[in-house]
Design a protein around this ligand. Structure first.
Ligand code: FAD
Length: 150
């Protein structure tokens, strides 16, 4: 395969998430969960068999408010951490499924080990976000940090 068939990304959080999507993982509404926003919840139920990334995200994000001006970012924030801005700790309403027919071969290039800017930070550096908000897709932050003291 020619090298031009691959996509190249950095290996920070953005690159890791993009690589996850290119590997065929798709976000679906998890029907075992309830989103606290009744309008969004109804919309999610309408197309539960279609990956969120293949739905009309403009329609899904209509009326949502959040910390970003990017409606897709606000939508994914509320799907991953519903009402987090109000201090709630609702579970994510997304589940990730791998579609092996939709993998896009790619290489993730980075100058150092995966993790991006976080590798350059001192151990004493605190995040601005809550730890739980720093989760990567498909990784449960609490499982990962269980038993760790810091
Ligand atoms: C002190 C501090 C605190 C922060 N706290 C938070 C927080 O609480 N919550 C939050 O969401 N965000 C926080 N951020 C921001 C966070 O660091 C970024 O949102 C995140 O790291 C961005 O990820 P990224 O993948 O886009 O970029 P980066 O993390 O910068 O990763 C990009 C990677 O690509 C590599 N790269 C770039 N160009 C090339 C190239 N040409 N060839 C090979 N490799 C290349 C770089 O070496 C790097 O490893 C904080 C940032 C700082 C500095």
């Amino acid at each position: 395969r020619s090298i031009s068939n691959y996509l190249f990304t950095g290996n920070g959080p953005s690159g890791i998430c993009l690589s996850y999507l290119l590997s065929g993982y798709k976000p679906y509404f998890d029907t075992a969960t309830v989103h606290p926003n009744p309008i969004l919840y109804r919309k999610l139920q309408e197309a539960k068999h279609i990956p969120i990334t293949e739905q009309a995200m403009e329609y899904l994000s209509e009326g949502l408010e959040g910390r970003s001006r990017n409606p897709v970012a606000v939508l994914f924030d509320t799907l991953l951490h519903p009402n987090a801005d109000f201090g709630y700790d609702f579970p994510p309403v997304l589940k990730w499924r791998k579609d092996k027919h939709q993998q896009i071969p790619h290489l993730v290039l980075g100058k150092g080990t995966p993790g991006g800017a976080w590798h350059a930070m001192e151990g004493s550096m605190l995040t601005v976000s809550l730890g739980i908000w720093m989760e990567l897709p498909g990784v449960n932050y609490r499982d990962l940090t269980n038993g760790l003291r810091r």
